[in-house]
Design a protein around this ligand. Structure first.
Ligand SMILES: *Cc1c(COP(=O)(O)O)cnc(C)c1O
Length: 388
């Protein structure tokens, strides 16, 4: 054996007593996990091995984050996925089979709805939309084969809220699994399990990671559905990269502090926009003017930094560009929940009647910049439109 090879193969055991008690846990990367002896390896086949068998069996880094998220949510089981959209796909595939019908609230994350109408359809699952502000009236959209209802409250871009307990009560009566995308509120400001939801989904990419440099997602289940989720996740051998799990775990430590700043700044800007002469509606659930404000007050314990607004006039693309391209602090880009403020502006297509059909929705993700600077930036931008 070459000297160099011998050194490499024994180095880890020699250095085993050099681990340091760092504040954050060590990062585990790995595909192969070594067994101590042949009996242990055979125990795996006998289902008698309780240790970690392989990288996709979730190394300590994945498990530590999973457990932190599970406790924060009050879930029975949490599993991590490589992105928020993967968490949506995983959750839906876990609980649906060919011949089933899926109901999706009309304002749910568009990419998820696209997955439903293409891939799920291909595998024999039919998806239809329920109104974005659906409540107990969900009953009239249910079919004999409805197996799951996917909620998102407040929902992407147009920010309508569903009456979560009312929907869940109907779903329970019909033995339908309820899932909610809880990315906006995070586990700090909404606990869907206490409202009767079976499954929660998060895009960790947003507030939980918080720095726009990680894609990750989570699916959590109540006790009734934990085993089904665990089995599906194991079968699919889904792998969330260890570095991303470590960054997500790090993000959890500062989440509440960041959120309170996002929330405070967003409310200041939302209230100011309500008084702006060009603004028609500000779509923020914590504002008294929001159509489902009553539900927000009843079910949520806080708001975050993402909201939207509409203008009294519809502008041509080039006119909107004079406003948007004038902004210095708001950047154009997808996703949200990071320290940098972002803006998107587009019309949305809905399958059911929407308050906002034909309206350009300007969505703001309020970052951690000085809030007065952000307000001045918008004021200067909107002044460009005022001069038209
Ligand atoms: C961004 C987003 C997702 C998808 O998350 P990715 O991590 O970007 O895949 C899902 N749901 C909502 C509400 C989102 O905003």
């Amino acid at each position: 054996m070459h000297e160099e090879t011998r050194i490499n193969s024994t180095l880890w055991t020699e250095l085993d007593n050099t681990s340091a008690n760092t504040v954050n846990p060590p990062l585990y990367r790995g595909s192969t996990v070594l067994f101590k002896n042949y009996t242990e390896m055979c125990d795996v086949d006998r289902h008698q091995f309780s240790g970690i068998t392989y990288g996709t069996d979730r190394l300590p880094t994945q498990r530590q984050f999973e457990e932190a998220m599970r406790r924060l949510e009050g879930a029975a089981l949490t599993r991590i996925c490589p992105s928020g959209i993967d968490a949506i796909r995983t959750a839906l595939m876990t609980f649906l089979k060919a011949g089933d019908h899926l109901l999706v609230c009309d304002n749910a994350y568009m990419t998820g709805q696209h997955f439903c109408s293409t891939v799920l359809k291909k595998f024999g699952v039919e998806t239809t939309a329920a109104p974005a502000n659906v409540a107990g009236d969900i009953e009239k959209y249910i079919r004999p084969n409805t197996a799951a209802i996917l909620l998102e409250s407040p929902g992407s871009i147009t920010m309508e809220l569903q009456d979560i307990p009312a929907v869940c009560a109907v779903a329970r009566k019909h033995d339908i699994v309820t899932l909610i995308d809880n990315t906006w509120a995070t586990p700090f400001y909404l606990n869907p399990f206490t409202l009767g939801v079976d499954i929660t989904i998060h895009s960790l990419t947003k507030y939980i990671c918080g720095y726009s440099d990680v894609l990750a997602g989570s699916v959590s289940a109540n006790a009734e559905h934990a085993e089904t989720l665990d089995d599906f996740y194991k079968t699919m051998e889904i792998y969330a990269p260890a570095e991303d799990c470590a960054l997500a775990l790090r993000g959890l430590h500062t989440l509440e502090v960041r959120l309170s700043r996002h929330a405070e700044s967003a409310l200041q800007i939302a209230r100011w926009l309500e008084t702006h002469p060009l603004v028609e509606n500000v779509l923020h659930p914590a504002l008294e003017s929001h159509p489902e404000h009553r539900l927000w007050k009843r079910d949520f314990t806080g708001s975050t930094g993402l909201f939207a607004f509409t203008l009294k006039s519809e502008y041509k693309e080039e006119d909107l560009a004079t406003f948007i391209d004038h902004l210095q602090l708001f950047h154009l880009g997808y996703s949200w929940g990071g320290y940098k403020s972002l803006l998107t502006a587009a019309k949305v297509n809905r399958q059911t009647n929407s308050r906002y059909t034909g309206k350009t929705i300007i969505r703001l993700s309020i970052g951690l910049e000085n809030v007065d600077d952000l307000q001045q930036d918008l004021e200067a931008g909107l002044a460009q439109l005022q001069n038209m």
